[in-house]
Design a protein. Structure first.
Length: 100
């Protein structure tokens, strides 16, 4: 059998794949934040690694930090029993993301 893909079908498939990826990332982030429930525990490294790309860098207290420093900060939050709550969540689109 021969499958014929039109440009329209390929774009629609890409949009669906992009939406699914965003939904998975959002769900992983929400679950990670829910784990910061105030109880002392070790950093769930597999969740951290799934959320934060190996080349990520960030800012903390006005200083540039590496992924390892970010991981140490998050480890401190979990080990000291910090509590976190998502107050408001808004999805924004990057320039590269496909349009709706």
């Amino acid at each position: 059998a021969i499958k014929i893909f039109s440009k329209k079908n390929m774009i629609m498939t890409h949009k669906q794949s992009h939406k699914k990826s965003l939904a998975v990332a959002q769900r992983n982030f929400v679950n990670y934040i829910k784990m910061l429930d105030g109880s002392e525990k070790p950093l769930p490294e597999h969740h951290f690694d799934a959320l934060f790309h190996g080349d990520i860098t960030g800012m903390a207290d006005g200083h540039h930090i590496t992924r390892m420093q970010l991981k140490e900060k998050h480890s401190c939050y979990f080990e000291n029993g910090y509590r976190a709550k998502i107050c408001r969540q808004k999805l924004t689109r990057c320039k590269d993301s496909p349009s709706e």
